[in-house]
Ligand binder design. Structure first.
Ligand SMILES: N[C@@H](CCC(=O)N[C@@H](CS)C(=O)NCC(=O)O)C(=O)O
Length: 224
């Protein structure tokens, strides 16, 4: 049996979705973010030293962390030809690229945006506030926002090559890419000016397995 250590409003939603796509049985152990810090509770460190979600454990004693590695491993072990392109194909190269790109390149500017937005809106002594706001504003204008724009343009362009990120077929790369694209829609400037990304979001949200994963995972704030 596979157990998903699931943190609310987090990347582990992707793993639930993958398991629904693969129609595999699984258990969920739930963890709630701290309402103030948004950090995971300390119990998650008992499962994996980083205390981040997702983590997947199995009855054989495997502990898998890092969402891209989890997705790749579960598809390799249980996909039976589904959700990954044939080895050696051009699509397989694209598949691997997007599996890594999602966390390695797309997420860092989105995370920076979240941090600087929080700095701007957080409570602090009145005499510090203008300085903190100025630093956050400069970092966003000079680095974060232009980078986000570049990434959104890039992803929008790539979806012009095929309906899904790795090509003509839906794969685990689309599952992995869901988190940055949903985060970009929620807080990174993705809107109707990028119609291919918006249409891709509609396509993933219409998948029955995606909806089943939402039912099992519970409320998921990135959809707002
Ligand atoms: N690159 C890792 C990132 C893991 C990660 O940062 N997860 C977030 C949830 S989306 C988390 O656990 N945050 C809570 C914390 O850092 O305490 C992955 O893709 O698995």
């Amino acid at each position: 049996m596979i157990t998903v250590h699931h943190l609310n409003n987090s990347r582990s939603q992707r793993v639930l979705w993958l398991l629904e796509e693969l129609e595999l049985p699984y258990d969920i152990v739930r963890y709630e973010r701290d309402a103030k810090t948004m950090l995971a509770p300390p119990e998650l460190r008992k499962v994996h030293p980083l205390g981040k979600s997702p983590v997947v454990t199995t009855d054989e004693g495997l502990v898998l962390a890092e969402s891209g590695a989890i997705i790749e491993t579960l598809i390799e072990r249980h996909g039976q030809g589904r959700l990954a392109p044939a080895a050696g194909s051009a699509e397989a190269l694209r598949y691997r690229y997007w599996l890594h790109y999602a966390e390695g390149s797309a997420m860092p500017p989105l995370l920076l945006k979240l941090i600087f937005d929080r700095i701007e809106s957080s409570k602090m002594p009145f005499f510090v506030k203008p300085v903190a706001r100025m630093i956050a504003g400069k970092a966003k204008a000079g680095f974060v926002t232009p980078n986000l724009r570049t990434h959104l343009d890039f992803m929008e362009g790539e979806l012009g090559k095929g309906e899904w990120f790795a090509g003509p077929d839906f794969t685990g790369a689309d599952i992995q890419m869901s988190f940055p694209v949903e985060a970009a829609k929620a807080r990174g400037g993705l809107d109707a000016s990028r119609p291919r990304l918006m249409a891709w979001l509609e396509r993933i949200h219409a998948r029955p397995a995606y909806r089943r994963a939402l039912e099992r995972g519970g409320p998921y704030g990135l959809l707002s």
